[in-house]
Design a protein around this ligand. Structure first.
Ligand code: SAM
Length: 250
């Protein structure tokens, strides 16, 4: 099996299992499902008011921030969430772009898609659609989206350049990239970088901010900005952080 296939297998296996747990548990996981340290990584990212609007708890989030807070969504816009998990950010976005707008969630894990569709029905949100597919090959036409959001997912992809090129392709000129993701702040050991469980837990697949920025600029994004909002020192092996990443399709 190639490294890419092994990573996909490990990520799918982890998030199929977490989807089943989320469906029955009302327990907060956060940050990719429990990889938080002793710092602020697990602080609440959503207000009680916005969660109340869609009848969901933060327990369904496996993210590392709230990309809907930086996306400045407006009625009528089309939003795409890369790796939408249980659907929290899609459902919040759908409300913000209403009337006239639509929110798409894209995920490769069947169990997550089932859970997201159940959450959509429960929330009574009609302008949201969950698509099955890979974020490296987005099943939407070119220049069809106003805003790409994502929450703690791009670090999980083996080929991050492909994901970023695809985000650029589907965005309309001037479209916004508003993403929460984990980044590598101090080099992790080669041993940790090789571990599939650590990759699926949003640690091993992280890359330094300079590399992330270079990939965004190579794809044609402009006004690229990173804001690290919490950090996690890993015992004996480097440091990662949660960052808000903003950019615009030029
Ligand atoms: C850490 S969870 C985050 C879920 C959601 N964004 C949230 O904040 O709760 C990662 C999600 O991304 C999905 N995912 C990971 N890699 C993917 C890929 N290459 N293509 C599509 N979905 C992917 C997983 O199935 C999982 O649902």
């Amino acid at each position: 099996m190639s490294m890419d296939s092994k990573v996909k297998w490990a990520v799918t296996e982890r998030y199929s299992r977490l989807a089943k747990e989320l469906a029955v548990l009302n327990e907060s996981q956060g940050c990719c499902g429990g990889s938080c340290g002793d710092d602020s990584c697990c602080d609440s990212n959503y207000s009680a008011e916005e969660l109340g609007q869609i009848g969901l708890g933060e327990s369904v989030s496996l993210g590392c921030g709230n990309p809907t807070a930086l996306a400045e969504l407006k009625p009528g816009e089309v939003v795409l969430d890369l790796g939408s998990g249980a659907g929290l950010d899609v459902l919040l976005s759908a409300r913000r772009v209403s009337p006239g707008g639509h929110a798409y969630g894209l995920d490769m894990t069947d169990e997550m898609l089932e859970l997201a569709n159940r959450n959509r029905e429960r929330a009574g949100v009609e302008n949201a659609t969950f698509l099955k597919g890979s974020i490296e090959e987005i099943p939407l036409p070119e220049a069809s989206v106003d805003v790409v959001i994502s929450n703690c997912v791009i670090n999980l992809a083996e080929d991050k350049s492909a994901v970023i090129r695809e985000a650029h392709r589907v965005l309309r000129p001037g479209g916004r990239f508003a993403v929460a993701d984990m980044v590598e702040l101090e080099a992790l050991s080669a041993d940790v970088k090789k571990r599939l469980d650590s990759w699926a837990g949003c640690i091993a697949g992280t890359i330094p901010i300079d590399d992330y920025r270079a990939k965004l600029e190579a794809a044609g994004f402009v006004d690229v900005d990173f804001e690290v909002h919490s950090t996690q020192q890993l015992p004996g092996t480097g440091k990662v952080g949660s960052a808000y990443i903003r950019a615009r399709r030029g």
